[in-house]
Design a protein around this ligand. Sequence first.
Ligand code: 4AD
Ligand code: MG
Length: 431
Amino acid sequence: MAPVVNIGQLHQHVGSSVTIEGWLYNKRSSGKIHFLQVRDGTGLVQCVVVKSAVTPEIFERSGLLTQESSCRVSGLVRQDDRAPGGYELDVEGIEIVQIAQEYPITHKEHGVDFLMDHRHLWLRVPRQRAIMRVRAEVQRAIFDFLDNRGFTRVDPPILTPSSCEDTTELFQTKYFDEEAYLTQSGQMYMEAAAMSLGRVYSFGPCFRAEKSKTRRHLIEFWMVEPEMAYVDHDENLRIQEQLVSHVVEHVLHHCEAELHTLGRDVEKLAKVPGSFPRMSYDDAIAWLRKNGFDIEWGDDFGAPHETALAGQYDQPLFIERYPTKIKAFYMQPDPLRPEVVLCADMLAPEGYGEIVGGSQRIADYELLNTRFDEHHLPRDTYAWYLDLRRYGSVPHSGFGLGLERTIAWICGLEHIREAIAFPRTLYRLYP
Ligand code: 4AD
Ligand code: MG
């Protein structure tokens, strides 16, 4: 049999006979020719089986192939500019690996619930494959960026004795005789690690039992969380905009075909890299009120507010300095205005909402101690976190970038559920 190659590498084999190993995506037939569209994970190629050019067995075998049947196809690689991908295979041989019986996902339209019930199969369509490729490249870009700037990756625990964000969203579980929670964020552990290594980041799953059924919420999502010693609020924002710019540039460069498959308007993405606009929470409230929103200073933003605010710009928008009372206990108050904190949310353009949340952290022992009282945080489980403010405390900042929200935005997805292979959403744990 001719050597096995990837469909994505066919351009290196024009004029030679090769074998591809894959699955039948689609098929058209005239009496004398079968056109087999075969995919192998690296691409899709049309394989042309001409009755007069192959043995009767091979022609018959190709006729037996049904959608998603697995097969090895060998043939001569021919350049064809009309073909999707630019190449075709003139078939010389076919080996059936398995015939798929009545594959449930046809080339017709299917409802979302049906597709979600068949997520294990839905992943095979070119669109879903493209999203998973972009996801992998987004991760690679994040690691490239941070690893090249002196960050060390540190892995925080998944099982924790305490919460980091809103306590109403905790997943509780038994840890032998103790109560434990699935992590909402690795931040507090990253703060400890930053005091050892200077600049660190974590990348892992986070769990939020949010009773939110929106296009932006997952129950289990992945977050990258950089944490940096001796970095203040302003530098925190600069690092965030550089990271997000780098990710977008990397995807534009490495995922051209995938973005094309997704029908993404790449002109919009091309406008992203650079420094991002900034707006204070105060100005955001004033702008919203002027534009007919019923909102007051002290209220948190909902999706419509974020969409409207970010809709004014081509680039992500930072909203800075939120009211202290609506943000997390660990955020550093603005020294000139303690009613606001040195934090920012980065809102993606085109209605995707908050993709990054970050802040400068409280470094002062007394102040953090007071916050513990105000928020009724149990001393026993948080004692170690206070310790960080007793032994060489320094100004430090960090942020969390939600991977799936970032992917949903970059890919132009309607809903965040497509940004992860097996989404965990409200009331859905299957497959
Ligand atoms: O704003 P959040 O809650 O911030 C934190 O957890 C901080 N401790 C991070 C840090 O400073 N190290 O979450 C950060 C990001 C959000 O901006 C969003 O992109 C994503 O995580 N996120 C979610 N993504 C999908 N589904 C959810 N339910 C999400 N909740 C947060
Ligand atoms: Mg947030």
